[in-house]
Each structure stands twice: as C-alpha cells, then as structure tokens.
Design a protein around this ligand. Sequence first.
Ligand code: SF4
Length: 375
Amino acid sequence: MIEKFREWYDDRLAYAKKWKEDTGGKVVGYLCTYVPEEIFYAANILPVRILGDHKPQSVTEPHLFAMYCPFCRDVLAQGLKGHYDFLDGIVIAQSCLHIRQSFYSWQKHRPRDFHYVLPMPQGVQNPESVPYLAEEYVKFKKSVETWIGHELSKEDLVRGIEVVNRSRRLLKDVYELRKADHPPVTGLEAMSMVVSSQVIDKNEHNAILDQFLRNGVKNRLQERDPKSRLMIIGSEDDDMQFLDMVEERGSTIVCDDHCTGSRYFWDEVELGDDPILSLAKRYVERTPCPSKDWPERRRFDRILKFAKEYRVDGAIIVQQKFCDPHEIDKVALLDMLEQNNIPTLCLEFDVTVPLGPMRIRVDAFLETLSGDELF
Ligand code: SF4
C-alpha cells in the first residue's frame, strides 16, 4: 500500500486530469504552501501544488533572471511547456519574488480562466496580520464564488477545513512513528506521503493514509538498520533520487523542516465561530518559511525541538541555489546547529542534482557521524 503514495506523486498530472474528467470539477494549481487549500476544498475544486520535474529545460531563460532559484525556474518550465494546460486556474500567495515572477510569466504566456495573487503578509509577527489576512480571505473567497457561480456557506468552509486538518493529523501520525529506534517509514516514503498529499484529492489521500496507519505499520522495517538519523532542513525539496541516495548510503531521514515536508502540514486550523478568521490565524501563525520568519527567528526553536525529539545525529541543509530567504537564514541556522552540537552538511540544489559528486560529500559526512575510519 505504501507504494501508492509514490505512484501518486509520479503520476500526479495524469491523476489530476482523470479527477477532472471523472468529477467534471475544476483543478487549480498553486505555487506556494501559503495558499489556503481549505477554500478550494470548500468549493469542491482540486488544489494541486505545482512542482518541477527535475529535468533540464531551455524555456525559462527569457522570463526569469539568471539568479532566480532553480525551483521557480522548474515550476515555470512546467507551465511554458504546457504540462499543466488542463488547469482551470493558478494561484499564488505572496512568499518570495522568485516564485512570484514564475506566476506572472505563467499567467501572461499560458493564461487560465482564473488567476489570483493573494497578498499574504510577510510581517506575520505583526499583530495586524491576522485581521488583515482575514479581510484578504474574504475577497479571495468572493472571487472564487464569482468564478464558480455560487456562494460558499459556513458549512462548506468548515468541511474544507476539516478535510485539510484531517490530512495534517494523519501526516503527523506518520511523523510520530519516525521517532522510533527503528522507524517503520523511511524518509523517502514519508516524503512521498507528504508531497502526494499536495497533489491528490485529500479525501482519497486521507482514506488510504488512514488505512496504511491502521495496518500494523509499526512492525515494518524492523530488520532495517537505520544507521545515522538525519534531519533535512531547507528550501523546497522533492528530489526523490537525492533522498533515496542519502538513505541508501547509510542513514535514515527521520524529520525535516522544509515546505515539501513538515512545514507544509504541521499546524492545524483551530476552528472558531468564524472559519475565515480561524484560517487567517492558522496561516499567519504556521511554521514560517524563512521569508516570513523575522524580525525574531521563531523557527529555530522548532528545529532544535525536532532534532532532540527525533534524536538526530546530524542535519543536511538542502538549499535551492540563489534562494534568498534561505540563504539569509543559513548563517544563523548553522551557528545554532553548531552551538547545539549538531553536525551539518550544506548542499546546494539545482533543477537536476549531480548525484555522483553529492554522493561523495554525503559519504564523507556519514562517515564523520558514524566515527568509522576510512583507512
Ligand atoms: S526555494 Fe527560495 S527562492 Fe525559490 S521559490 Fe522557494 S523561497 Fe523562493
């Protein structure tokens, strides 16, 4: 059953097209995890996170500066190459300039029926952010309602919030299992679960994940030696080949802090009387992307807590080349990890990752963690 999550991730475009055919519903692509998927679930629209395909391409050069990150380049390439022409709409919530430019180029050259730029505040630590975002969500909801031709009731919103919250709870259960001495789920498998939840109808995803968790999963992989326990920290990272290589060389990735991992799903919406306000609170107070983690860096306490709870032996910082928010964060992050005696390897990612050279660096890092002598 666990293979299903990887299959979903690999066949995500075919899945979305079939979903559309079967249901006659609309599919919306979104470019940042600050987009409130709950509103789309309330409207019975399938939200699909747009990810790259990690293949070389030559179509984005005229649209993006050379020093924009590979992820935003890979994402835009998907649009320009027509891979997502089945989408009915695209949406972005303000996060960084790089991905915003991908959105605007996509909108200009591959227009859809519905486009929306959601002005998600950068200063989330400002007390005005929650009421401000709630007002923006009212406008956003209205725009979705105009598009689909009917209003969304409070019940619709509650239903949308509940399905996404349920997904969050199930994924947290998976992460809980990874604290074990012999984690019954590898880092690669866990990432397949998280990333597939970003692209598959969560009603379906929740049902399979629930079934998986109930099927004696704790007894899986008991014979597998987890070797070094690692945490991955950084920018967007859905490079499965890389993760596979890291674990295959003698480690288990037990936790993470990035937006294709725990940062995406960790915080639930605490539902109050006003679902829109509850949603706004969740997105303002969620585990932040470094682009919003200022003036006080609040994310580091969580990273340290994870490192302790999951008993990590070391961390790999995976950074998309030229990613400004993470680059600015990295110096302080390295200091914090060093002060807490957490050995760290820093790697820079491009659209494609050179596995050979990366393997040498990963081997050397794992060797320092294991204390084994090379000669
Ligand atoms: S990896 Fe960094 S620069 Fe690229 S889209 Fe994400 S936050 Fe922006």
